[in-house]
Design a protein around this ligand. Sequence first.
Ligand code: PLP
Length: 378
Amino acid sequence: MKIQIFKPKYRINECLEEIKECLEMGWTGMGFKTEQIEEKWKEYTKLPNAHFLSSATAGLHLSLEILKNEFNWSEGDEVITTPLTFVSTGHSIIHAKLKPKFIDIDEYLCLDPNLICENISSKTRAIIFVGLGGNVGQLSKVIEICKENNLKLILDAAHMAGTKYLNNHVGRGVDVSIFSFQAVKNLPTADSGMICFNDEKLDKKARKLSWLGISKDTFSRSTNEGNYKWKYDVEEIGYKYHGNSIMASLALVGLKYLEHDNEFRRKICKLYEDKLKRISNIKIVPTSSDCISSRHLFQIRVPERDKFLAHLQSQDIYPGVHYIDNTEYGVYGISDQICPKARQASNEIISLPLHLELTEKEIERIVDCIKKAAGDIL
Ligand SMILES: *Cc1c(COP(=O)(O)O)cnc(C)c1O
C-alpha cells in the first residue's frame, strides 16, 4: 500500500452541513461564513485582527504592499528572507517591486539571526521569517533584531496553524502573520488563508485592498437599512484576494479539530523520533524549545538523499523535500551560491509522511525502510 507524504482529512458530514447553509442562504462569497471564521480564528489565536483571504500567497503580497505604502518604502528596497521556503515567499517580494535578499539558515532550517544582523543595509525594510514545518527557530532573536533596527517583521506562518510560542498562539510580537489553509496544510480547505495584522488600521487596509479597493463589503451593504446599500466608493486599485464562504465553511470545521489533529501529528513525530534517533547518519531536524510546533513537517537529513528517496519510493513510500534552495531557481537571477548551509540542507532533507490517517504499522514500515536504506546506501 502506497504511503503518501500528506493526506488532508475532512470531517465530511460537518463540512457539508456548513456548505449547505451557504447554498440554502444563497451566499457563497465574502461575508457570512468568512466573518465567522475571522471571529473564530481571533478567538482561537487571541490575535487582535484576522482577515480571511483566498490564499497565503495573496496574504504575503498584500502584507508587503500595505507596509510599503504605509511606511513609504521605495521600489527596490530590500526584504530579507530565507531561501529554504516555498516560492510564494520570494515571489511576493518581487510582486511588491521590492528586492528579496536571501540569507542563510540555522540548524532549525530557519533564518539565522546572526547572519541577518550582518546583512542589514540602509535599504533593508523588512524580514519575512518562515516558520518551517511549524517550528519557530530563533524567532525571539529576530523579533529583537527588528525592534533594534526599525524593521518590519512579517511571519510566513503557512505551516504554523496551531503552533504555540512562549505559551501563546504564534503571531504575537510580529507586525503581521500569514497562515495558509491550503489543502495540504494543517488546517486544510482547498485554497484559503488568513492575514493577521497587529495594527487595526492596517487590518482595515487589508480588507479594502483584498476587495479591489472597495471601501465596504457586499454583505454589510446588503444587510444595511436604507436606500443607499448599493452605493460604495473605490478608494484604491486593489486586488481580488478575499476569501469566500465555501472555503470558510471548510475552515470552520477544520478549526474545531486543529488542536486534536496537531496533537496527533506530534504523537507521530515522537514515534519517528524515538525510532530514528539512534540510526547513525540520520539527523533529525530539531524543534526550538520555545515552541510547541504544529508539526506540519517531520524532517530528517541524510547524506545521499536522492538515492535514499529513490529507495523509499521503490517501496511505495513517497516522502517530500521542503524545500529546494530557492537561490537555485533561475527566476531570482542569483548565480552564486550565497547560502551554503541552505544549499547543503536542500541536498540532505527529507520530509517523512505525516498525516492524520497514518497508522503505527505504517510508521514501522517507513522506519524499517529507512533503516534498510541507511544500511544499504550509506
Ligand atoms: C503553502 C505555503 C505558502 C503559500 O500558501 P498558499 O495558501 O498555498 O498560497 C507560503 N509559504 C509557505 C512556506 C508555504 O508552505
